[in-house]
Design a protein. Structure first.
Ligand code: AHM
Ligand code: MG
Length: 360
């Protein structure tokens, strides 16, 4: 290739790259009365994600692995990177000035941000700073999940009701996946866009515009080790996924990483269903409604998918407490609908009592 052609190609490529920052500012025009606060908040989250990514990437090199020695509200051991990620996101939100309360998996209570620059902050952020933490030590993809609400109370210290809003009132939600590459995927209710971190320039660049989940898929993602403890409808659905039927492309493929972000990200791109039902060990489900299920449900719905707890749309559930758990089934529309049919056939065994009945 001639030198001129190479230069032209390079210039073209540079022009084609759109950074997260550029994209956020461009999209501000979608909201006619926006003053840029949500844009700044998203920018703050993007910056914290880059800092966390840097630590995640070198986790095998430095003495940052292993238990931090503290226990979070769920009684689970925290890894050092969980603690680090939590601190980074809260610190970015604190210094950004657009967030008045953070609800984090790592704090039993809400973290109120009361500073001069945050006194007019209108946004609430719910966050799982490092999801899939059992995968840190083994160099498998992990993620961050975030959800943003507008505060409803007009003044003073925000109320718990500002935090415990139904998922359908989210103004934005997203996740970061620290995988073979690092991506940030988010929605503000107008579709879903994905950005891949280019380490050479330190910027998230638009790589997956207008992401759509295929209506039909052939991947099912569930921790099948818990099979005997699942409700009968879920067991029946798993058998359906495994049964041979060339008309419906079965048997499906089973894929389960154990990091919700990574499992859902794959299914979003390829088409599939992710299931975390109630079980004997987790009678209410394992995953947390406010900062895991709601943001992922919002993203999936915006991409054309479906998210339910078996009876109700995830985004319609009224949260009663910060760390509430929920069963969740989400993914490709047709797959989730088929799963719900199986649950209905067995009388919707989604409650704790019914789940324990299915234990042999
Ligand atoms: P975490 O927030 O403590 O990391 O737990 C949430 C994770 C999800 O990412 C994943 O889908 C699930 O727990 C895996 O649970 P299990 O090991 O029971 O399959
Ligand atoms: Mg989590």
């Amino acid at each position: 290739m001639a030198v001129n052609e190479q230069t032209d190609l390079k210039t073209k490529n540079m022009q084609a790259v759109k950074t997260l920052g550029q994209f956020i500012i461009e999209k501000q025009a979608d909201f006619p009365y926006a003053k840029g606060e949500l844009s700044r908040l998203l920018r703050d989250i993007g910056i914290a994600a880059k800092i966390v990514n840097r630590e995640v990437n070198k986790a095998g090199l430095v003495d940052i692995l292993g238990d931090a020695g503290t226990i979070n509200i769920q009684g689970e051991g925290q890894k050092k990177l969980d603690v680090y990620a939590n601190e980074q996101f809260i610190s970015a939100l604190r210094s950004g000035g657009e967030c008045c309360v953070v609800a984090s998996e790592e704090h039993d209570e809400c973290v109120y941000i009361q500073s001069e620059i945050s006194k007019n902050a209108k946004y609430i952020v719910a966050i799982d700073p490092l999801d899939g933490s059992s995968n840190i030590d083994v160099n498998v993809a992990i993620g961050t999940i975030f959800s943003i609400y507008r505060r409803q109370s007009l003044e003073g210290k925000p109320l718990i009701g500002d935090v415990l809003q139904r998922g359908r009132y989210q103004v934005a939600a997203g996740y970061v996946i620290y995988g073979s590459s690092t991506m940030l995927v988010y929605t503000t209710g107008k579709g879903v866009n994905g950005f891949t971190l280019d380490p050479s320039i330190g910027e998230f660049c638009l790589s997956h515009p207008d992401m759509r989940i295929p209506k039909e898929g052939n991947i099912y993602s569930i921790n099948e080790g818990n099979y005997v403890h699942f409700p009968q409808g879920v067991k029946d659905y798993i058998k359906y996924c495994q049964a041979e039927d060339s008309n419906t492309n079965r048997p499906y493929t089973s894929r389960y990483i154990g990091s919700m972000v990574a499992d859902i990200h794959r299914n979003l791109i390829k088409g599939g269903i992710f299931l975390y039902p109630v079980s004997a060990a987790y009678p209410q489900g394992k995953l947390r409604l406010v900062y895991e299920c709601n943001p992922m449900a919002f993203i999936l719905e915006q991409a054309g998918g479906v998210a339910t707890n078996g009876t109700d749309r995830i985004l319609d559930i009224v949260p009663s407490h910060l760390h509430q758990r929920s069963a969740i089934f989400l993914g490709s529309e047709n797959m989730v609908h088929t799963l719900v049919e199986f649950l209905n056939l067995t009388g919707n065994q989604t409650t704790a009592e019914q789940a324990t009945i299915s234990v042999p």
